[in-house]
Design a protein around this ligand. Structure first.
Ligand SMILES: CC(C)(COP(=O)(O)OP(=O)(O)OC[C@H]1O[C@@H](n2cnc3c(N)ncnc32)[C@H](O)[C@@H]1OP(=O)(O)O)[C@@H](O)C(=O)NCCC(=O)NCCS
Length: 410
């Protein structure tokens, strides 16, 4: 078997092979109406071929930016389009693609890669760990009342218009580049969020509302008329209003949008997708049990390709020092690093000091964005703590001032 890079000329064979791996047909439209492969970057694709040149496997990567804790923004590879023909599975084709891809990403100078996993058992062996999580909230309309904020002078839950802003109703097709601009503002301040390159919006590559599938869009504008949030939704069977995504530059805008969709007439229940776990929304309901959580799952998986660069790229909200022994069995590498954090910035250098924590690179990926507490992985038996205070110190260091969340599908 051989692995080779793709060019634009390989698009058809790449898309055909990938669809065959998933048992689908490229000519059958998928939900959402977007042609997702128009966003593929064919100069970043890989094809696995048999000795006689037949394509049997694919892997691709997008060029994204990822927002890290401390509102720093780093380039990252968004691994995608991974598939191996059913006739050639469990013979090491994916492993060969992953090995080739990781080497190529490093040769491009990239230090982070991310993906969404179709199955949770596939990617840990390649050094990826789940790093952000997501939920779906189903709210029966009759329980949907929001409580007034209890803090005096709080701006947390103003009625629509009370903050000087207003919600305008548009159709997806009327939005022009407004959603793209609002999303870009939002993602720059949200750890775990990915950029959505212009070509995604321009070609409708992705799930609604990136795709041009019919949607209503509740667009929030601030007191000066500047768009600062949106909720894209559709009204389906059984009077269920489903919100694809709610994007807001702050909590007050988020509340105004939620208030809007919850107030929709002729609706029995509202399903809100992509809610970050522990989001304040549940606390805003008068009835704490109003929202039923489902679809509680991992979303973005993170892989560090260069530990010191990745750790120095993010911001930190506590000072301290930790020695990390990091094992990377897939790449057959092991490193011990002294992480020193002062005033929000880290130094990370090789050391021979005794380790505080020993961990697999996939577990470092899980804690990297601050969405998984290192102590949880110590308690789960995955990270080894060499002294009693180390898990608590690691929790304080790796925590993000705002929980990471990603709602981009790719
Ligand atoms: C997932 C997929 C790409 C794996 O390809 P593959 O060539 O069979 O994988 P490999 O032979 O390199 O497997 C490497 C190891 O991972 C394990 N593995 C691979 N896929 C797995 C899965 N879905 N669940 C559990 N283990 C899996 C293999 O058993 C093997 O383990 P071993 O090294 O202990 O023997 C392939 O099954 C596929 O195309 N599935 C459908 C499409 C899909 O889900 N793609 C992923 C999109 S995110």
């Amino acid at each position: 078997m051989q692995i080779r890079s793709t060019t634009d000329q390989d698009l058809d064979v790449f898309v055909d092979t990938l669809h065959a791996a998933f048992g689908r047909f490229p000519e059958t439209p998928t939900g959402g109406g977007g042609v997702w492969w128009s966003a593929l970057e064919m100069d970043r694709g890989l094809l696995a071929l048999t000795e006689d040149g037949r394509p049997v496997g694919t892997a691709g990567a997008y060029s994204f930016e990822l927002t890290l804790p401390g509102e720093t923004i780093a380039p990252c590879a968004g691994v995608t389009a991974v598939g191996v023909l059913p006739s050639h599975r469990r013979r090491g084709v994916l492993s060969a693609l992953m090995r080739h891809q990781l080497a190529e990403l490093r040769s491009r100078g990239e230090f982070l890669s991310v993906l969404l996993a179709s199955e949770a058992l596939i990617y840990r062996r390649f050094g990826y760990g789940p790093a952000t999580y997501t939920q779906r909230l189903t709210v029966p309309r009759h329980r949907a009342a929001l409580a007034p904020p209890r803090a005096r002078g709080a701006a947390g839950a103003p009625a629509d218009g009370a903050d000087g802003g207003a919600v305008e109703l548009l159709r997806r097709s009327e939005c022009g580049e407004i959603l793209e601009e609002v999303y870009d503002r939002y993602r720059r301040a949200q750890p775990g969020a990915l950029s959505r390159p212009h070509r995604w919006w321009a070609s409708g590559a992705g799930q609604p509302p990136v795709s041009s599938a019919p949607r209503y869009v509740a667009l929030h504008r601030d007191a000066d008329g500047v768009p600062d949030g949106y909720a894209a939704y559709t009204l389906g069977e059984a009077e269920t209003l489903t919100v694809d995504e709610t994007v807001a530059v702050d909590d007050a805008v988020h509340t105004a949008l939620v208030r809007f969709v919850l107030g929709h007439d002729l609706v029995t229940e509202v399903v809100i997708k992509h809610v970050p776990p522990l989001h304040p929304l549940r606390w805003q309901f008068a009835d704490f049990r109003a929202g039923e959580v489902s679809g509680d799952t991992d979303w973005l998986w993170v892989r560090l390709l260069d530990v010191p660069r990745a750790l120095t790229a993010r911001g930190w909200c506590a000072d301290g020092e930790l020695v990390l022994d990091v094992d990377d069995p897939f790449l057959d590498e092991r490193g011990r690093y002294l992480l020193s954090v002062r005033d929000g910035k880290a130094d990370c250098v090789a050391t021979d000091r005794a380790p505080d924590l020993s961990l697999d690179v996939s577990d470092l990926g899980s804690v990297y964005l601050g969405g998984t507490a290192p102590s949880t992985l110590v308690r789960a038996g995955h990270i080894r703590a060499h002294r009693p205070g180390a898990p608590a110190l690691a929790d304080a260091l790796f925590r993000s001032d705002r929980a990471p969340h990603c709602l981009h599908w790719f």
